[in-house]
Design a protein around this ligand. Structure first.
Ligand code: NDP
Length: 481
């Protein structure tokens, strides 16, 4: 059985403990590879390698650092098929999605920051004739990067690329649930000739490896994407150590549909914003609020289209809904469907497991699920489910829609459908979220600030904001007379 290895000091190495954890293929429910069960000893080795590489890497000219990143981007593009297949097998997502979204975006992340760093500049503040201030932006040091399982290589590279571009060296941990493409990335880094120790990838459990990175006394910066509860724990460990923190956390995003929207465009995009990647995207719109006058029509059309979605083998071209990522996650989603029923919800479609045949009979498949009849304050509408489950709720006025949209502890993303220009801007202005998509969803310009408000996170990724995060500003004041 294939063994994944850690990537430390430029080499692929076994964990110090020599022990491994099972890695499951969600589409079959079978173990198909082994993951290093690393611990703080491996993190220490990774830190030492990153620490030793930092002085050289941090002063490597930015066009040279850029070349390494662009080489990695181009190798990801060349290996698109292999990486997409690995992502699909590891995560359960449709291969088609991995090929069209996950892997191209991972290449774009390296490409974007490989070029972005060439345009990154700092400020100067002149005090007329008496003095001039200029700000140096210096890489912080060894960065700790921790990412989740839903968009494995996409989100892993979204942290690593700006960190490396900025001149930091990195100790990174992908989710133990989906480690395979991070492992393949380490092979790519070796092929690209990335200097040893610049990037180190340690595989293993969050509570062990993640915790050892977060609590490491010499890692001054943590970039984390994952659940809000884990984020709160990380903040409680890192804050007293005065670490720089970027937290991209959970979401429970509203999708607000006004009667004057472009209906067909709205309906086809809402299918994606509800169920893409089995609903396991932090940006999915899982609370759908629909203006009352079109509620019944929307409900009938949405349910009919959802019933047509093919739940199946992630490797088949026709599959729209693959497997959810793990057995515990499948059970969590099913428990929320039960909760929704207890809370008085009506399941309009789905609401159950899907049993496939042959090798796939033990895979983790769920039918896409639409629920109505719930109050916006109930737990189903307040807590993140992170699966192919959405609720639909009618509203009568814009104020009511906004009140419901803003009623959760989260504030990551939101979607608004209307052809009324003034209303679109007004709703965007009043919504509590870091991202508002008007008449679209998941349209991403990598220069824009990315992140959430309230319990969806602290700080922003994307564009120069990420380079700001991985560098420390130092003001130098020079007296002129
Ligand atoms: P988790 O919070 O469980 O895990 C995220 C990462 O943290 C994993 O690598 C995990 O390791 C690690 N981890 C777990 N415990 C600790 C710990 N004590 N110390 C340090 N690291 C730890 O999230 P999921 O992987 O379940 O991802 C789903 C969540 O991520 C959802 O809430 C989703 O909304 C959110 N998310 C947010 C995004 C955003 O941009 N705001 C984007 C994508 C997802 P391991 O998996 O090995 O246990």
């Amino acid at each position: 059985m294939e063994k994944i290895l850690n990537y430390i000091n430029g080499k692929l190495v076994e964990p110090v403990s020599k022990t491994y954890i099972d890695n499951y293929n969600p589409s079959t429910g079978k173990v198909y590879s082994l993951i290093p069960d690393s611990d703080e000893k491996d993190v220490e080795l990774a830190y030492q390698a990153a620490h030793a590489a930092f002085p050289e890497w941090s002063i490597t000219p930015k066009d040279k650092r850029s070349q390494y990143l662009l080489k990695i981007a181009s190798l990801i593009e060349q290996k698109l098929d292999k990486l997409a297949l690995a992502e699909s097998i590891d995560n359960g997502k449709p291969l088609k999605l991995a090929k069209s979204v996950d892997i191209p975006r991972a290449a774009s992340n390296f490409h974007f920051y490989g070029t972005g760093i060439l345009h990154y500049a700092s400020h100067s503040h002149s005090m007329e004739n008496s003095a001039i201030n200029y700000t140096l932006r210096q890489p912080v040091g060894v960065a700790g990067c921790i990412s989740p399982w839903n968009l494995p290589l996409y989100l892993f590279s979204w942290k690593i690329a700006p960190a490396l571009a900025a001149g930091c060296t990195v100790v990174a941990k992908p989710s133990e649930v989906t480690p395979m493409t991070a492992y393949l990335l380490s092979e790519i880094c070796i092929e690209a000739g990335l200097p040893v120790g610049v990037l180190n990838i340690v595989h293993g459990l969050g509570g062990k490896v993640g915790n050892a990175i977060v609590s490491h006394k010499n890692i001054p910066l943590i970039s984390f994407t994952g659940g809000t509860t884990t984020g709160a724990h990380i903040a409680s460990v890192a804050a007293p150590m005065f670490k720089k923190l970027s937290l991209e956390l959970g979401g429970k995003n509203p999708n607000i549909i006004f009667a004057d929207c472009d209906y067909e465009k709205m309906l086809s995009t809402t299918m994606l914003s509800s169920f893409a990647n089995q609903g396991q995207i932090c940006l999915c719109g899982s609370r759908i609020y629909v203006e009352k006058s079109i509620y019944e029509k929307f409900k009938n059309d949405f349910v009919a289209k959802t019933k047509q979605l093919i739940v199946g083998n992630p490797l088949d071209d026709n599959t729209r809904i693959g497997a959810v990522v793990s057995k515990p996650h499948k059970e969590k989603i099913l428990s929320y469907i039960d909760l929704a029923k207890q809370e008085g919800g009506t399941v309009l479609c789905g609401g159950h497991e899907v049993k496939l045949e042959g090798d796939l009979k033990d895979g983790y498949y769920l039918a896409p699920t639409i629920i109505e009849g719930l109050s916006h304050t109930c737990r189903t509408n307040q807590e993140e489910i992170f699966g192919p489950v959405v609720t639909i709720t009618p509203f009568e006025t814009e104020e009511q829609a906004l009140e419901m949209a803003n009623s959760t502890k989260y504030g990551l993303a939101s979607v608004v459908w209307t052809e009324n220009l003034t209303r679109a801007h007004r709703v965007a202005n009043n919504i509590h979220a870091g991202i508002v998509w008007i008449n679209c969803w998941l349209l991403r310009d990598l220069r824009t600030p990315f992140g959430g408000v309230k319990q969806s996170g602290v700080g922003r990724e994307g564009g120069f904001e990420a380079l700001d995060f991985f560098t420390e500003p130092k003001n130098v004041c020079v007296k002129l007379k």
